[in-house]
Design a protein around this ligand. Structure first.
Ligand code: BDP
Length: 676
């Protein structure tokens, strides 16, 4: 009888042991061999290779594997080849890291139930530096982080090290990410204090075998704050010496330190302009001290000032005159769009325009403007839309991908970056589907030719299941999810109509008098009795002239501007006829309504998915979709009711009527603080 009871207990518990999943394994849900095997041979030896061996011996169930260093040209970088027969697999690479990447490729294939008997694969990365930017503060909070506190746990370092630091490195290596900026671009000078550098060294040592280099964001005033120099003027000899000594101190601790990321003269951060110097003066001073060690400077172009007539124009105006004036170990890091990580923006006009200065894209993986970790928004389509944009800088076909990856212009080094969405939460990213955005950034940094669909397919199979009944609908949901978010938040090129500070939820009525005009939603949408949208045509702010022909003409003319950007570039009359025959006002109503319906469709679709996956992730995603559906209605009602006070036109009968009252929505104040 007692035994029988044990059986019952086992029967009840087993499914949980087998299926209870909390997302902590990310896409690395490799099967575990009951006994580690001894199937790997290699002509090389290093900590990196040990990791590759361990991963394969623990998780690979197929034929024996040879990991072989071979001769390849320099351009092969950390690429690899995989060749197989039914009896044996050979991975060839120039570096041990290439062999590790090849090993993860095999494990990923196994996870997707690929076949291994006849492989002939060759892979090499699109970019040299594939880097995450963490906006982590030294007190453990994360700026725009929605997945808990910082993984680094500065207060415990250097003595106590969280095991998640190594898991983080492993996850990155499995998708080819090879660099990380550990701290917030709004950088504390303390980051460069000796005690913090000792902590950084510990992390660098953990990441190194996984091929991940550490970089730091630095505060331009560090010499004055930490070194008591008179000022932090880049032309002051004492300041230069301070940076030189600091570089030497850093490289003693971390010989392969990557370099600095700098936010200067932006949103109140200090910079060279405080001393009448240029961005180039500042960047070059730092580049000179890093140069002997092979370090680089990633100098951000995210600048704007309250006096500008159009914030979207400012970075171009400040940086274009400096083209060609930067050292060769400086790269300009440019956000994908000219304003700030909006659900949809046109590409930043600086791409391609600076012909003598290397450039890199900065994407945002953390969903500051996309429903934080509550909304399911798969970002590969946003990343691809940007990378595939044709700037026409060097004639037709001058896409951002080709400008930044060295295809169009030869470059000493190339890079791509994104602001991470990773925190201490069990599932790392707050929303299970937000893991796909970390994954997608890594995959695109490795190969910018991949499609959003290929990446979603891989991720779903590795993270959930290979069952087609799950893969097909869920993939469809992911692929449409970005457009859906645009529909219920900011269709037709609307932008920055979020609630101030935390940027969660709508506040199109926001007019923060007394602060900066360019932080207020009304600055961006410009609703009035005539129409809606920001006139950036020649007769408006003329931001269109920052684009190469024919784009300046295309965007400059309301008739040829793509409708998904029409309110970005034009002040459009409410009765303007859109291509489908609706008026602009009707189209706006229709888009918001469509967004709401799309999220409800995701809910219905997801409700059918329980048979294919574990209960825990199923219900956690289900709960988040409920929030998303409610938020979509909130967005729609807030924006339509508010814009209606200007359009004075009825909401068409065939769409769902608002369920809220505008006065009530205006009273909502969420307890999440932030500056702008
Ligand atoms: C904005 C964020 C702010 C960042 C800034 C930046 O709201 O928190 O500090 O960008 O990128 O998106 O520097």
């Amino acid at each position: 009888m007692k035994n029988f009871r044990h059986y019952i207990l086992l029967f009840l518990i087993l499914p949980f042991i087998a299926f209870a999943e909390d997302g902590s394994q990310l896409w690395l849900r490799y099967p575990v061999n009951s006994k580690p095997r001894n199937i790997v041979n290699s002509n090389s030896k290093s900590p990196t290779l040990e990791i590759a061996k361990k991963e394969l011996n623990n998780h690979w169930s197929g034929q024996p594997i040879d990991l072989k260093i071979d001769k390849f040209p320099d351009s092969f970088k950390d690429g690899y080849k995989i060749i197989s027969t039914p009896k044996k697999i050979t991975v060839l690479a120039k570096t041990d890291l290439g062999l590790l990447y090849g090993s993860y490729h095999l494990l990923n294939l196994q996870q997707q139930k690929g076949s291994f008997s006849n492989l002939n694969i060759e892979e090499k990365p699109s970019y040299d530096i594939r880097i995450l930017n963490h906006w982590d503060n030294l007190d453990g909070t994360i700026e725009r982080g929605y997945a808990g506190h910082s993984l680094w746990k500065w207060e415990d370092l250097p003595n106590k090290i969280s095991p998640r630091c190594e898991e983080y490195a492993r996850a990155n290596a499995s998708v080819g990410i090879n660099a990380t900026v550990l701290n917030n671009v709004n950088a504390s000078p303390n980051m460069l204090r000796e005690d913090y550098l000792k902590k950084v060294k510990v992390l660098a040592d953990i990441f190194r075998p996984y091929g991940i280099k550490v970089y730091l964001a630095v505060n331009f005033s560090s010499p004055k704050v930490l070194g008591n120099t008179k000022d932090s003027d880049p032309l002051n000899k004492d300041v230069q010496k301070w940076w030189k000594d600091k570089a030497s101190e850093i490289y003693k601790l971390i010989p392969d330190f990557g370099g600095f990321l700098v936010k200067a003269n932006s949103e109140g951060e200090p910079g060279p302009q405080d001393y009448g110097r240029t961005h180039a003066d500042g960047a070059n001073m730092m580049a000179d001290v890093l140069k002997p060690y092979g370090g680089i400077v990633m100098w951000r172009a995210f600048v704007y000032s309250p006096s500008s007539d159009d914030r979207a124009k400012q970075a171009y105006l400040e940086f274009m005159p400096l083209d060609g004036k930067f050292r060769d170990n400086v790269i300009i890091q440019i956000k994908n769009g000219p304003v700030d990580f909006q659900p949809r923006e046109p590409f930043h006009p600086l791409f391609g325009a600076m012909k003598k200065t290397p450039q890199m894209v900065e994407f945002q993986i953390t969903q500051e403007y996309l429903g934080h970790s509550n909304h399911l928004v798969y970002l590969a389509p946003l990343f691809k839309e940007n990378l595939d944009s044709d700037t026409y800088s060097d004639g037709k076909g001058s896409t951002i991908a080709k400008i930044t990856d060295g295809t169009l212009r030869s470059a000493k080094f190339t890079a791509i970056s994104a602001v991470a969405n990773i925190g201490e939460d069990t599932n790392w990213t707050g929303h299970h589907f937000a893991q796909s955005n970390w994954f997608a950034f890594g995959r695109l940094a490795w190969n910018n030719d991949l499609t959003s669909e290929q990446i979603a397919d891989e991720w779903i199979k590795m993270t959930f299941t290979n069952d087609d009944k799950f893969v097909t609908p869920v993939k469809e949901m992911m692929l449409t999810s970005r457009e859906t978010a645009v529909d219920y938040m900011m269709p037709l090129g609307l932008h920055h109509i979020f609630a101030g500070g935390h940027h969660y939820g709508p506040e199109p009525w926001g007019d923060y008098k007394g602060t900066r005009a360019d932080w207020s939603p009304v600055y961006y949408h410009r609703a009035d009795a005539q129409g809606l949208g920001f006139d950036r045509s020649k007769t408006g702010s003329d931001a269109v002239s920052q684009y190469f022909p024919p784009l300046n003409e295309i965007y400059g003319n309301i008739k040829t501007t793509p409708e998904n950007l029409i309110l970005w570039f034009h002040h459009v009359p409410w009765d303007y006829r859109m291509k489908d025959g609706k008026t602009m006002w009707e189209e706006l109503c229709y888009k918001y309504d469509l967004g709401v319906h799309e999220v409800r469709d995701y809910q219905k679709l997801w409700n059918k998915m329980l048979p294919y996956i574990d209960e825990q992730r199923f219900s956690e995603v289900k709960d988040k979709l409920k929030i998303q559906a409610e938020d979509a209605v909130w967005w729609k009602d807030a924006c339509l009711l508010y814009f209606q006070t200007y359009s004075n036109r009825p909401i068409p009968d065939n769409i769902e009527k608002p369920v809220h009252k505008l006065e009530d929505l205006k009273k909502i104040k969420l307890p999440m603080g932030h500056h702008n």
